[in-house]
Design a protein around this ligand. Structure first.
Ligand code: PRP
Length: 176
């Protein structure tokens, strides 16, 4: 089912702490709001915020560019919007992965129309080979090759999100 474990739980824990420390330093005194992009980002966001030492806020959005397909449609669907007004706030969008870039490109543009003080992006995984939209990722965990990865929030047809590590899904699973 899986070709291999790409990123172990120990590597995840270490990287999350590094990113949290950097964000805590960069946002000292700014009371940033972290926006968890559901569903994939919920584990990463929770781990990140447990380690952020500066006061911060949290909100969620449910968005999708994929449906049940493995190819991005390029059209962002907002399924659940924020409950917080982000005007004049320092926003950090938290994603599990940036792939084509469509989701974060459209989402950042959308949030910028709400007049925040700033908007930055934090993505645990980055697949640069797949990019079709140029997007600046301000905080990144790991750059990974163009493989179908699951675990630590990432799914295939809603399965495998709860795996504690990031694994490469075998082609035989998604090409059948
Ligand atoms: C995944 C991921 C990002 C997006 C990245 O979400 O969480 O939001 O795809 O891909 P892109 O850079 O090509 O736009 P998905 O739509 O699969 O929803 P999920 O988080 O609920 O799994």
């Amino acid at each position: 089912m899986f070709d291999k474990v790409l990123i172990t739980k120990e590597q995840i824990d270490k990287k999350v702490k590094e990113i949290s420390a950097k964000i805590s330093e960069d946002y000292k005194g700014l009371n940033p709001i972290f926006i968890c992009i559901m569903k994939g980002s919920m584990f990463f966001t929770a781990d990140l915020l447990r380690n952020v030492t500066t006061p911060a806020q949290l909100d969620f959005m449910c968005v999708s560019s994929y449906g049940s397909s493995t190819e991005s449609s390029g059209v962002l669907k907002i399924k659940t919007d924020l409950t917080t007004d982000i005007e004049n706030k320092h926003v950090i969008i938290v994603e599990d992965i940036i792939d084509s870039g469509n989701t974060l490109y459209n989402l950042k543009n959308l949030l910028q129309t709400r007049n925040p003080a700033s908007v930055k992006i934090c993505a645990f995984l980055d697949k640069p080979d797949r990019r079709v939209r140029e997007v600046k990722v301000d905080y990144v965990g790991y750059e990974i090759p163009d493989e179908f990865v699951v675990g630590y929030g990432l799914d295939y047809n809603e399965d495998f999100r709860t795996l504690p590590d990031v694994r490469i899904l075998s082609r035989s699973v998604y090409e059948k």
